[in-house]
Every structure is written in structure tokens, then in C-alpha cells.
Write a protein that binds this ligand. Structure first.
Ligand code: PLP
Length: 387
């Protein structure tokens, strides 16, 4: 029998993926479904990055690497963190990890003991609650509200603080809402962290897809020493399957985290580290990918503009668009299943990501523009026919 700890990470039951799973089943049975339910790029990793990896493999880079990452990679990551957070960052403040998810797990391990309490802002990325469960921490979900464009309210967060609260987890640009947190929202969060001596775990894996200059809470007064930034090459560099990301935080904490690498990753693949370093140094794909998602977002939002009883919420950055369809159908799961049945388009019901996204649907922009255009037309038709 598996341990209670591991079996408790993802308790069984309804998990919000039912529409997606049904769409996959139908697609495998030969139906022509437009999949707008998941967030993986429809395009491949840039050729330059692939070439760098092939060169590294051929060059004999097949060996064990240093636990927090090879120096060249940590230095390249530190330069990106300096750029993305606006805070001068050294390689000693970087833990290289196989993906943003492991960086998040490392962050949770680093600051939460079993029984400690954390606050997570919803709507959230699906792995957040399981990550807290995996480290044995208790957590409270605080909902950012649709009418606020899914910006978090500091007073709502502060109400959830308990004597044993140690950390707040946020994500900007946000999955699933596409909200890009404003300076005001981040200042409010920072104030709560400083006042109650909390860590801020800031998931910024979509930092290049925010549409303007990225704003990280790490740059706010008194926050560099209490912020752990989760970053990744999955979205920014088109490298989801390569599993490469990093954690940025105070040097003492990063040094301790090498012991977590010892018992988990035992270092990263050598050739992946070298290709990743080269991609970071040269920005392979970054601008093109950011421009592609910006163009898709604008196109899709234009195409659904003016739809009766449909309101765009958040949707400023990241890889998703969030539509409030509660004026048509309050049950977003029913809407999503209905849309799949009637128009062969798979989207996610907002409720899968938090209570405040009930009555919404999340649309992934991970399809070519032509496909997204077609999906928008089908959405218009479905909304018009809905009764
Ligand atoms: N954080 C957020 C908000 C995400 O959406 C994702 C992936 O979808 C991740 C982290 C994990 O990314 P990675 O592929 O770097 O593990």
C-alpha cells in the first residue's frame, strides 16, 4: 500500500479535467476536435536550441553535473533573473531545476514544514494544491475576483493569515486567467508579506508573455530577501518537454536546497544544461514566441468582441483567454460540454481552477491563428444558438 503522504497528493475524484478527457477520447476515436483545453505550444523548440543540444551530445557532454546546475547555466539564469525581476542577481542565488514545477516544489520544501500554513491565490494552476499536500503543508485558497479582472485583493489575503502562515503563492502573468498583476496588486501583497513576515512564492513562468515590461514583486522594497521566483524555459523558449527551469532566491536558502537536489534530481542532464544555457544567452525564440501569442490573443479577442453576454476578464498575458459566460449559462461545465458536443471545440470550464472562475471558460491560445479564428466563429455560433 502506498504511503498516506504520496496517496494524499492528488486525492481521487472529480478533478476538473472531465471535458478535456472526453475530448481526447473523441479525438482518438477519429473525431475532428479543436483542442483549446491544454497549454502546450503547437510549434516546436527553435532549431538553434535543438542544434545546440545535438552539438552538446556529440561533444561528449553526457556526464553528471553539479547539483544546483552547471556554472554557465546558473550564470545565464541569473542574467535573465536580473532582467525579469529588475534585481541584480548572481549565480549563487539560482537553483537550476528540471522545470518550473520542480522549482516550485523546491520552493515549498524550502520554506514550509509539515503543518505550516500557506495561502494560494485562485484561480490557480492545477498543481498548486498538490504541491502543498506533497510537503505536508496546510493551505487556504483566496479567490481573486472576476469583477476585479482577477487581480488579488490584499485585504482578502490578509484575512486568511494565521499564526502558522509562512508563505503566499501567486502567479503572474496568470494561468488560467491571463491576468497580469498590477503594481498596486503586488504592492498590496508585498505589504502583507512584510507585515506578517511571510515568504512570497512568485511563479513567473509566463514573464515574457505579459505584453509589456514584466513586473516582479521581488523588485519591491524589502521583498528580495523574502521572495522566491519560479521561472522556466517551457513557455518563454518553447521548451516544455526539455524540463528546464529555475528558482531564484536568497543565497543561503539556495545553498541549502542543493541537499534537495541530492535526493531528487542529482543534477540536470549535461547536454540539456548546455543547450539551455546557449538558448538563454542568445534568447532563442523568445521574441518570436511572445509576438505569436500576443497576435493570437488580439485576434481571438477581436473575433469574439461584442458577443452578447460574454465578457473578457483578465486575458492580458500568458497563453490563455478567460471569458465570463455566466450571462448565458452559469454552469460552465455544462457550457463546455455543450460546446464540445455542438461544435467540436474543447475548452476548460473555469471552475476547474477556482470558485471565482465558475461561470467562465478558459481558452488556450496554443493553436495556429487559423484554427483559433475557426474556433472563435464556432463560439459565436454556439453562443447565438444557446438557450
Ligand atoms: N507554473 C505555471 C503557472 C504553469 O502554467 C506551468 C505549466 O503549465 C508550470 C508552472 C510548470 O511549468 P514547467 O514546464 O516549467 O514545469
Amino acid at each position: 500500500k502506498p504511503s498516506a503522504r504520496v496517496s494524499g497528493i492528488t486525492p481521487s475524484g472529480k478533478d476538473g479535467w472531465e471535458v478535456h478527457v472526453e475530448a481526447v477520447t473523441r479525438k482518438e476515436a477519429g473525431e475532428d476536435i479543436i483542442m483549446l483545453s491544454v497549454g502546450d505550444h503547437d510549434f516546436d523548440t527553435p532549431t538553434e536550441t535543438i542544434e545546440a543540444c545535438v552539438t552538446a551530445v556529440r561533444g561528449g557532454y553526457h556526464h553528471y553535473t553539479q547539483l544546483p546546475g552547471i556554472p554557465r547555466l546558473r550564470e545565464a539564469m541569473a542574467r535573465i533573473s536580473t532582467q525579469s525581476t529588475g534585481v541584480p542577481t548572481t549565480a549563487d542565488e539560482i537553483l537550476a531545476a528540471p522545470g518550473g514545477q520542480l522549482a516550485l516544489y523546491a520552493a515549498a520544501q524550502a520554506v514550509l514544514d509539515p503543518g505550516d500554513h500557506a495561502i494560494v491565490v485562485a484561480p490557480y494552476y492545477a498543481t498548486y494544491p498538490p504541491t502543498f499536500r506533497a510537503v505536508g503543508a496546510d493551505f487556504t485558497v483566496v479567490e481573486a475576483r472576476s469583477e476585479d479582472g482577477f487581480q488579488p485583493r490584499a485585504e482578502d489575503i490578509e484575512k486568511a493569515v494565521r499564526p502558522n502562515t509562512r508563505a503566499i503563492l501567486i502567479n503572474t502573468p496568470n494561468n488560467p486567467t491571463g491576468a497580469v498583476y498590477t503594481r498596486k496588486s503586488l504592492e498590496g501583497l508585498a505589504e502583507v508579506c512584510r507585515k506578517h513576515d511571510l515568504w512570497l512564492l512568485s511563479d513567473e513562468v509566463y514573464w515574457t508573455l505579459g505584453g509589456g515590461e514584466h513586473l516582479s514583486p521581488r523588485a519591491l522594497p524589502g521583498m528580495a530577501e523574502r521572495t522566491l521566483v519560479i521561472n522556466s524555459m517551457s513557455k518563454s523558449h518553447g521548451m516544455t518537454g526539455w524540463r528546464i527551469g529555475w528558482l531564484t532566491g536568497p543565497e543561503e536558502l539556495i545553498a541549502v536546497l542543493a541537499s534537495l537536489s541530492l535526493v531528487t534530481t542529482y543534477g540536470l542532464p549535461d547536454f540539456v544544461s548546455r543547450a539551455a544555457a546557449e538558448a538563454l544567452e542568445n534568447g532563442y525564440g523568445v521574441r518570436e514566441i511572445a509576438e505569436r501569442y500576443a497576435a493570437r490573443r488580439t485576434m481571438f479577442l477581436d473575433a469574439v468582441h461584442g458577443l452578447n453576454n460574454v465578457t473578457v476578464r483578465g486575458s492580458e498575458g500568458g497563453m490563455y483567454v478567460m471569458l465570463d459566460i455566466s450571462g448565458i449559462e452559469p454552469d460552465c461545465e455544462k457550457f463546455a460540454f455543450g460546446f464540445l458536443d455542438a461544435e467540436n471545440v474543447a475548452v476548460m470550464p473555469g471552475l476547474s481552477f477556482g470558485e471565482s472562475a465558475a461561470g467562465h471558460i478558459r481558452i488556450s491560445l496554443c493553436q495556429p491563428e487559423e484554427t483559433l479564428k475557426e474556433a472563435a466563429q464556432r463560439l459565436r455560433r454556439f453562443v447565438a444558438s444557446y438557450s
